[in-house]
Design a protein around this ligand. Structure first.
Ligand SMILES: O=C(O)CCC(=O)C(=O)O
Ligand SMILES: [Fe+2]
Length: 215
């Protein structure tokens, strides 16, 4: 089923995941020429690291951020912070190609004038997953979330407003952009374990960019 969907989706397809939630298939592909060099520069300035959960475990997803605020996790909890706790420096500025992609994807999903102040960069090596959660560390939930998939494919779980609600399985490929907001802003979501493989451009990993209005 999932494999068939991969094959059937054409670049430019807008697949509904909810009333105000869309998968924009291949939306980021035309921008890769600028996006990937900007990503490389960011990862040199603020390297990926495995943050500690409030429970004291190392997260399996490696993360870093750019923008005015970065998402951090440690023994004190989850929150946004203006500085990278590893370097003590401000997070790198959000590259214009990142902000432009997020704004345009949000607009294509019906959310005008999205101006993210934070981009979380997640790296999944094969076997890494992200358990069902809600994004609720932001100051308010008026702005949508824009999530850009790069590298190895994955299956996105898009659930309901209760953790136990049944989740739809949405295939995510390199260049796909998921957008959810409005009535769908607080829906539970996650990522199934990434299958082993080697992406021709990104290698043996999946990288996800999550754009949010945090402050
Ligand atoms: O990697 C993904 O597709 C989802 C990331 C996510 O949900 C998050 O960073 O909060
Ligand atoms: Fe999330």
């Amino acid at each position: 089923m999932t494999t068939d969907l991969f094959a059937e989706l054409q670049t430019g397809t807008r697949l509904p995941m909810g009333e105000q939630a869309w998968l924009l298939h291949g939306f980021a592909l035309p921008r890769m020429g600028d996006l990937l060099p900007a990503l490389d520069a960011l990862l040199r300035a603020a390297p990926l690291r495995h943050m500690t959960t409030p429970g004291g475990l190392a997260m399996s997803v490696a993360t870093t951020s750019c923008g005015v605020l970065g998402w951090v996790s440690d023994r004190r909890g989850y929150r946004y912070a203006a500085r990278d706790p590893v370097s003590g420096n401000d997070w790198p500025a959000m590259p214009p190609v990142f902000a432009g992609l997020a704004r345009d994807a949000a607009a294509a999903a019906g959310f005008d004038a999205f101006a993210p102040d934070s981009c979380l960069i997640n790296r999944y090596v094969p076997g890494t997953r992200l358990t069902l959660h809600q994004d609720r560390d932001e100051r308010d939930f008026a702005a949508p979330i824009v999530s850009v998939s790069l590298g190895l494919p994955a299956v996105f779980l898009f659930g309901g407003h209760a953790r136990s609600d049944k989740a739809v399985h949405v295939p995510l490929a390199h260049g796909d952009v998921a957008v959810w907001g409005g009535v769908d802003r607080l829906r539970f979501h996650g990522v199934l374990p990434v299958k082993p493989g080697c992406h021709p451009v990104m290698g043996a990993q999946r990288i996800n960019l999550t754009f949010r209005r945090a402050g």
